[in-house]
Write a protein that binds this ligand. Structure first.
Ligand code: NCD
Ligand code: ZN
Length: 349
């Protein structure tokens, strides 16, 4: 096969926002076109706080999966101060629900019901550690007086470090890491600590968001950092270290809510995610490591079987559209109106 093509075992997305209702008609096919599975975030307007909510949300997602796609959503529960221990016991016996998501209250979109102090959820976390259920964390401190660019580091120091010390058996995934501090933290902790890395944090830094005008479509949480952090993330993703794996954090918001005097946080990347990861890995001369990052490390960490089928990407430029329909409005994707260098091809050439 020439270097204009690359084949890999079908990848999975270990951090994804699909939303609900008619939006699923847009978001689900964009993910299912290439990813075999995705960890679906529970931060709906009414958060998913019970197994029964998670299972009915799963049915709504499955109803939007295109024919012939074998895409499987992997569901999560939203951790609140009052989540009942029985839900964890149920989760342990429910194959379709695989993890619990920790949002510090107020850290990001639809997180107001999140955790207000870690101590309050220790009994839940202890039970999760017993069962081997992964805890997924949005790793940012919510201290209003902490500079937004320092919130990830503060979370490591004040929340995550004590949590890891107290529960060494707990499987922890630090989601969408954005700093060299997090890269070092994950590398240095035991084998139960891993992290997902988005494609936008590998491609962009805060200059892309804040020079040549304020660019709301680059605004996400955790916020883009300075370029030295981007370089650390790029090194981690392409290192071959199994603690780092793909999670897009693709998070659609209506165009008018992004292009707004108080714009929402989130970047919609699923229509071009694997293609853009390929761009990054190619730039770093590491295309041979894309498959492990995208298709092996996440499944292995979660203790799930790796996918079997293959997908093929071709080096062939295409123009991302200005927007996609999203319910009655539209969503602007990453790279809108700009070229993307790799393209998914349906069948092996
Ligand atoms: C996400 C969303 O919109 O749900 N936004 C984002 O900027 N990443 C929430 C999140 O993962 O923080
Ligand atoms: Zn997210």
């Amino acid at each position: 096969m020439s270097s204009d093509y690359i084949s890999l075992v079908r990848p999975d997305d270990w951090h994804l926002h699909l939303r609900d209702g008619p939006a699923l008609r847009t978001t689900v096919p964009h993910t299912a076109r290439v990813f075999g599975r995705a960890i679906v975030m529970p931060n709906l307007k009414r958060p998913i706080t019970s197994i029964s909510d998670a299972l009915s949300y799963r049915e709504r997602i499955l109803a939007a999966v295109p024919e012939r796609s074998s895409f499987q959503p992997l569901m999560t529960l939203y951790l609140t101060d009052t989540l009942r221990l029985e839900e964890i016991d149920l989760l342990a016996n429910t194959e379709e629900v695989v993890a619990v998501k920790y949002y510090p209250a107020g850290a990001t979109t639809n997180s107001k019901n999140g955790v207000t102090s870690t101590e309050k959820v220790y009994p839940i976390i202890e039970r999760m550690a017993e069962f081997g259920i992964p805890l997924l964390l949005h790793g940012e401190s919510t201290n209003p007086s902490t500079d937004i660019f320092d919130r990830e580091k503060e979370f490591l120091d004040l929340t995550l470090s004590p949590l890891c010390d107290r529960f060494p058996e707990l499987k922890i995934i630090l989601e969408h890491i954005t700093t060299s501090d997090s890269v070092d933290f994950v590398r240095e902790r035991n084998q139960n600590v891993a992290a997902t890395i988005t494609v936008h944090h590998l491609l962009y830094d805060r200059n892309d968001m804040l020079t040549r005008g304020v660019r709301p479509h680059f605004y996400c949480l955790p916020i883009l950092k300075r370029s030295s952090h981007t370089q650390s993330l790029r090194a981690a993703a392409t290192s071959g270290n199994p603690k780092f794996f793909l999670g897009t954090d693709s998070a659609p918001h209506a165009k008018e809510l992004k292009e707004n005097s108080c714009g929402c946080a989130g970047i919609y990347s699923s229509p071009a995610a694997i293609e853009l990861y390929a761009e990054v890995f190619e730039e770093l001369d590491a295309l041979d490591r894309l498959e492990a990052f995208a298709s092996f490390h996440g499944a292995d960490f979660y203790g799930l079987a790796r996918n079997q089928e293959e997908v093929t990407l071709q080096k062939s430029e295409w123009l991302a559209p200005p927007s996609y329909q999203l319910d009655k409005t539209s969503v602007v994707p990453i790279r809108a109106n700009e070229a993307i260098r790799w393209k998914l091809v349906k069948d092996n050439p």
